[in-house]
Design a protein. Structure first.
Length: 447
């Protein structure tokens, strides 16, 4: 059934078309996480071949990608608010796929750093356009599930990177030998980057099946960045506390994504082919379960405003994640550590999904691309940029032992998660008081 209102006379796309578009966008998001996350399985061979430290490795995992991914999100957000969103996504997909292949051609730390920066530039196109496109494709009563399902792509992509990456690593030696036989000599880990880049190149033309939806809830014909900033200031306390909370969640989340395979290698003697598939299955099953749980609750409990309910779910999920984070990072048993990973992936997925949902549902249409870009700028610079780096710095500079990555992760968790929970609670109190309640009125944007 299509829905339309007096304000938006154009009906929503047929649900079948909307869900088909969502599936294709989810595939693109999954592909983006495979390309950014595959490096976590290749820490040991990259470190050995390039002769770099854990701290330098963390720069490849975090800030090299996060800086341009976050910074360029704002101009790409402006483009998404004005231009054809599907075409922007296709262009970005091709760009980051080629950049991933270039990582497989790099022979130095500097070359890898530049390649990872280019991956970030391409992927910066995706989120602003995709979240805005999904919001215009689904009616409000189904938007929570649609947006949180899309958010689950981060877990599916990271999980597939670990599962497929383990398989690719197992055969990369043969593939590298085959390439060498035709005069193209690459190490097995470099071959992995080249192989996974092909997924995005194949997917790009398939995205042409997505149709651009009608833009809804617009307040102005040609919005400006200054108008958008006035809108955000109207609910400043809520936005600031929410984004800072999600930044601390990101620090912990990206630390586990980046360093868990290394912990299992160094502490338990597991190989990437062993921990990769297990951790990947945990991410694919429990990550989307957590995001779906949050979206389901928000859509079903209509007696509580959705942004207030989402903020409270963030508080609950973050607090419950703390003991599981300690179990995952400190356990002497690999099986108890896997149990801890199950808990932290499931519970952290709730606030990870609720963040973009809150931003999209509390922001007028003209500014959704910019809003999600500003959100991603802060969350990724702090979370993705500082998370992996903080773990390496704690082990290298404070504990002075690169075998104590797990202890470094535990320290980061017991600091970051309580702070995140307190900030989520502040965000919940802010919206409960009605701070910024005039956000959706045209006068706020025009004044």
């Amino acid at each position: 059934m299509n829905h339309s209102t007096a304000a938006d006379p154009v009906p929503y796309p047929p649900l079948r078309a909307a869900w088909a578009a969502l599936v294709l966008l989810l595939l693109a998001y999954t592909c983006s996480f495979i390309d950014r996350q595959i490096l976590s399985l290749l820490v040991q061979p990259i470190r050995a071949d390039l002769n770099i430290s854990d701290t330098q490795l963390s720069l490849l995992q975090g800030i090299s990608f996060a800086f341009f991914y976050s910074l360029l999100g704002i101009p790409f957000g402006l483009v998404a608010d004005r231009w054809h969103r599907r075409n922007l996504i296709i262009g970005g997909l091709l760009a980051w796929s080629v950049a991933t292949a270039c990582c497989g051609l790099a022979d130095t730390f500097a070359g890898m750093f530049v390649g990872r920066m280019a991956v970030g530039v391409g992927e910066a196109c995706l989120a602003p356009a995709a979240y805005s496109l999904i919001s215009d494709s689904f009616p409000p009563e189904q938007r929570g599930r649609a947006l949180t399902l899309y958010s689950s792509g981060s877990y599916v992509g990271a999980g597939l990177a670990l599962i497929a990456g383990g398989g690719v690593i197992a055969f990369s030696g043969d593939a590298a030998a085959a390439l060498a036989s035709i005069g193209f000599s690459r190490a097995p880990w470099q071959t992995v980057f080249i192989v996974v880049s092909l997924f995005g190149i194949v997917l790009a033309p398939v995205l042409l099946l997505i149709r651009e939806p009608y833009r809804r809830g617009r307040l102005a014909e040609r919005p400006t960045l200054a108008q958008g900033l006035r809108v955000f200031r109207a609910r400043g306390t809520y936005y600031v506390t929410l984004v800072l909370a999600l930044s601390f969640i990101g620090v912990v989340n990206y630390s586990f994504l980046s360093w868990t395979p290394t912990i299992f290698e160094r502490r338990y003697g597991w190989q990437p082919q062993e921990i990769g598939p297990l951790f990947g299955i945990i991410l694919i099953v429990l990550g989307p379960s957590g995001t779906a749980l949050g979206g389901f609750i928000v859509d079903k409990i209509r007696s509580v405003p959705s942004d207030r309910m989402a903020a409270m779910l963030c508080v609950i999920g973050t607090v419950l994640a703390i003991p599981f984070a300690l179990l995952a990072s400190l356990s002497a048993s690999p099986f108890l550590a896997l149990l801890g990973l199950c808990g932290i992936v499931l519970l952290i997925a709730v606030p990870v999904a609720m963040g973009p949902f809150i931003v999209q549902t509390t922001t007028p249409n003209e500014f959704r691309g910019v809003a999600i870009s500003i959100y991603l700028l802060i969350v990724n610079i702090i979370g993705l940029g500082a998370g992996p780096l903080s773990v390496a710095l704690i082990s290298d500079k404070i504990l002075h032992n690169d075998q104590l990555i797990g202890q470094s992760m535990a320290i980061l968790s017991v600091v970051g998660l309580p702070i995140a929970a307190a900030l989520f609670f502040a965000a919940w109190r802010s919206v409960a008081r009605g701070d910024g309640g005039k956000l959706m009125t045209p006068s706020v944007a025009a004044s």
